[in-house]
Design a protein around this ligand. Structure first.
Ligand code: GLA
Length: 385
């Protein structure tokens, strides 16, 4: 278990007993690419996570070490200075430390060992877990608390610094998640409520296409955001009071169709309809309507495939294979796109047979071995014993 591995490694190498923090990954039931449009999302924090073993030191630096992918270590001085490093994760810590320094946060010396079991680039938001968990760890060691809202904003700022102009869904899911529940988050005012997602007789499963994405270096994610902002500007010509696509209706979009870019129009329609799907999903979950839930998943997927154009042929294949199987109620790609996992709702009695049919057919079609994980919803960032 990662928790044990990280803790015993820390004890062995740093001669002290650490505080251990878990930051979970996240799934998203529906509401994709709506967060940066002040829209609605329905994510949840999961059992897979990143564990940070940390303790304070008298030395004026933050030493961070991981051994999971390959052994790597970076030392940041408390003013943010550091030796050259090669690992990608170092950029996140660098960005966070720089932000905290610029905000005059009273950083203290700290040793940190981290490791986790969130597959990287699989749409489960390992980077939000990395950032939110690390910031939370700093607040524990430095003994100056920051609210979870503030931690989310710093983590988002770090992503922006690295190059991904993301919204706040991932950070909120990672920080505010609650065992057994999804988080219905309104990104306009950041109000949220919990909704249980267990449907009797059905199971949630993730299937990893094993096509890895790196949203921070691919610009496709940011291009989608720009398309949305273009449409907002166009609509503002007639309706100056609007701020985001959240305030835009399909009728508004229709009114500007003639003189706007056709691709931008297609993207905006997707976002407006996706918000609607989140509301429908809330209704279906509340009613315990598994068929309804499955249909919304499928609809959401094909909208991402044809309108927002963020899926891949492999992810489309996974969803299509599920559509041909009786026990599979529905599935969709999750996260920023261009790779990663699908989330699937499957009849529990047909669970094992459905999964093996999908994996086998996927292998035949793509020559890729997909993996699956049973979904367990855990709490947001917390200290573990
Ligand atoms: C990534 C981003 C989120 C969100 C999703 C798509 O995970 O970090 O802010 O936009 O993509 O829903």
């Amino acid at each position: 278990m990662v928790y044990k591995k990280v803790t015993s490694y820390f004890k062995e190498h740093y001669n002290s007993t650490p505080i251990v923090i878990k930051a979970p990954g996240r799934i998203n039931l529906i509401g994709e690419h709506t967060d940066y449009n002040e829209g609605l999302v329905l994510p949840a924090s999961i059992e897979k996570g990143i564990y940070f073993a940390v303790s304070s030191t008298e030395i004026d630096s933050i030493c961070i070490e991981t051994f999971l992918t390959q052994p790597e270590k970076i030392e940041f001085k408390l003013n943010g200075k550091h030796e050259k490093y090669n690992c990608f994760w170092g950029n996140y810590f660098k960005a966070i430390i720089e932000i905290l320094v610029s905000e005059n946060y009273p950083l203290k010396g700290m040793n940190c060992v981290f490791g986790g079991d969130i597959p990287i680039g699989s749409g489960l938001s390992s980077s939000a877990a990395l950032c939110c968990g690390f910031i939370y760890a700093i607040t524990k060691v430095s003994e100056k608390d920051l609210s979870r809202e503030k931690i989310a904003l710093i983590a988002q700022k770090a992503e922006h610094k690295i190059g991904l102009n993301c919204g706040l869904m991932d950070q909120y899911a990672v920080l505010f998640g609650k065992k057994g529940n999804a988080l219905f988050l309104d990104c306009k005012d950041l109000s949220h409520q919990f909704i249980p997602i267990n449907l009797e007789g059905y199971s949630w499963v993730l299937i990893n296409s094993n096509i890895k994405h790196n949203l921070a270096v691919d610009s496709e994610y940011n291009k989608r955001r720009i398309s949305c902002e273009n449409i907002v500007r166009e609509v503002q010509q007639n309706k100056p009071e609007i701020n985001s696509l959240r305030d835009v209706t399909l009728k508004d979009v229709q009114n500007i169709t003639e003189h706007s870019d056709a691709i931008d129009i297609k993207r905006a329609k997707y976002v407006i309809e996706e918000n609607e799907r989140v509301l429908q999903m809330m209704k279906a979950l509340t009613k315990g309507d598994a068929e309804g839930v499955g249909n919304i998943l499928k609809e959401g997927h094909w909208a991402m495939s044809t309108q927002y154009e963020i899926t891949t042929s492999e992810l489309d294949a996974l969803v299509k294979l599920g559509e041909g199987l009786e026990g599979v109620m529905g599935s969709r790609m999750m996260g920023g796109g261009f790779g990663g996992c699908t989330i699937n709702l499957i009849q529990t009695t047909r669970l094992e047979s459905s999964i093996s049919s999908i994996l086998e057919a996927y292998k035949n079609k793509t020559t890729i071995d997909a993996e699956y994980y049973h979904l367990a919803i855990d709490d947001g960032v917390k200290m573990v014993q």
